[in-house]
Design a binder for this molecule. Structure first.
Ligand code: F0G
Length: 448
């Protein structure tokens, strides 16, 4: 069922094939360096790229820009309390700002942090505190076709192993990322969340949920966890977050906003510690690096994100693209997760070694064939890891329609048909921080 019609539109253009070839070469075969105007359908990320509702645009005008005590902040506080159940909120300029505030207030040198899977910025903030990030995905999380319901779950067994190595006193923080972005956007069950809560209690750690896509996660809980089949997504979301001491949130995802984020908690002492750090890095704790008008848009967006009409439309869109690709026998990660469809570039190009970046080759082919921009999440983005060679096609919220997806399908099909003819890539420049190289490195084709 369609839940929206358009009130404003934005012109897009498919550059000619020659132009695309040239743009790709000038970008050093790295689509982060493309001008967005040269991209026809942009599936680089679902973060901050969605369309706001008329209610959000209207709310912008209510934005109050007072340095302290803005009524816009009060409206955010009440949205976070109603939707997520936390009484204390500190805005931040975006999710990673919130990570800095919260994780910097909890961690110290030598600590170890278990997480179902750390998102890139989370891993970097943990490392920035001198702590070690330990991924604890469940067995089968990287199996591209295992028909499990909750492939994003947190493996308490793996986390327990990490604790037994370093001692509970060095594990002050446990994180669960819902949905699990670095594991193909797979959901996390409430049963698993309860187990993580119990584990955190056992080792006396703070339990944080990375709630960037909490509404999408709640949809899957309703669909797949019997106990919740009759509940509203709003009630499920609140129940899942009830198990956490705090959340980090990027308003650019399930806040349905173009910018912003926050830390929210029910722990008053932690809130006080975070406030001091927020003043240092983000801003006074009632605005935290955000304009009052953006706070208003995020407060409205949070409430919209947990309405059944929104979330059903959202997940249906992502699944529609997934099913179209599956029906065309394109190798993808299944089941499809909450915010993106992941292509299995390893199966496209078995003749390419991981050192030739098959995922990045596919990203370039999608741009070359149809002006579609996706992102590589394989050996280019994660050097020295044994992760599968995936390409993420992230779907911005409320932005694209069936016709766009049909173009994406045709583009992917053409890339698949040409799969035997393409060459690999190699690094032409190597940025200083290898973990962040996929944002800025330049590449060049390897001719056979
Ligand atoms: N946590 C998760 C799970 C994320 O997916 C992101 C961002 C962040 C934290 C950081 O939030 O961007 O507002 O600073 N993910 C985006 C993506 C960038 O494309 O997946 P941010």
């Amino acid at each position: 069922m369609v839940a929206y019609k358009s009130k404003a539109v934005e012109r897009i253009r498919l550059p000619g094939r020659d132009e695309r070839e040239r743009a790709l070469e000038e970008a050093g075969y790295n689509v982060f360096a493309l001008a967005a105007d040269d991209v026809y359908i942009d599936l680089l990320t679902d973060s901050g790229t969605g369309a706001m509702s008329d209610e959000q645009w209207a709310a912008l005008h209510r934005g109050d820009e007072s340095y302290a005590g803005s009524p816009s902040f009060e409206r955010l506080e009440s949205a976070v309390a109603d939707v997520m159940g936390f009484p204390y909120v500190i805005p931040a300029h975006q999710g990673r700002g919130a990570e800095n505030v919260l994780y910097g207030s909890i961690l110290s040198e030598g600590d170890v942090v278990p997480n179902n899977t750390h998102f890139d910025t989370t891993r970097a903030h943990v490392a920035n505190q001198g702590a070690e990030a330990v991924d604890c995905p469940i067995e089968g999380a990287h199996d591209l076709s295992a028909a499990e319901s909750f492939k994003g779950n947190f493996s308490v067994e793996r986390a327990r192993e990490a604790v037994s190595e370093v001692g509970a006193e060095n594990v002050p923080l446990v994180i669960s990322t819902i949905t699990n972005n670095s594991t193909a956007g797979q959901p996390v069950s409430i049963e698993n969340t309860r187990r993580v809560r119990a584990f955190a209690d056992e080792i006396d750690a703070t339990f944080v949920i990375d709630a960037c896509r909490f509404a999408e996660n709640a949809f899957f809980v309703r669909e797949r966890e019997d106990e919740y089949a009759e509940m509203s997504v709003a009630d499920i979301a609140r129940e899942q977050l009830e198990y956490a001491d705090a959340v980090v949130m990027s308003g650019k995802k399930d806040g349905l906003a173009n910018t912003g984020g926050f830390v929210a908690t029910r722990d008053e002492a932690l809130f006080e510690r975070c406030k001091s750090r927020a003043i240092l890095y983000e801003g006074f704790p009632t605005y935290g690096g955000m304009a009052g008008r953006d706070i208003e848009a995020m407060a409205v967006g949070l409430r919209e994100a947990v309405t059944d009409a929104y979330i059903e439309d959202r997940i249906e869109q992502v699944r529609t693209l997934g099913s179209m690709l599956e029906e065309a026998d394109i190798p993808t990660y299944t089941p499809v997760g909450g915010h993106a469809v992941y292509l299995d570039a390893g199966s496209f190009y078995p003749h390419l070694d991981s050192s030739e970046f098959p995922g990045q080759v596919l990203v370039c082919e999608l741009y070359r064939e149809g002006g579609v921009r996706g992102v590589e999440l394989g050996s280019f983005a994660f050097p020295d890891s044994d992760r599968p060679e995936l390409v993420r096609l992230a779907i911005p919220r409320r932005t694209y329609h069936q016709e766009h997806f049909e173009h994406v399908l045709e583009t992917v099909k053409r890339a698949y048909e040409n799969r035997d003819t393409v060459d690999g890539l190699r690094l032409a420049t190597e940025p200083e921080i290898p973990e962040l190289r996929h944002f800025t490195a330049e590449l060049e084709p390897v001719s056979r």
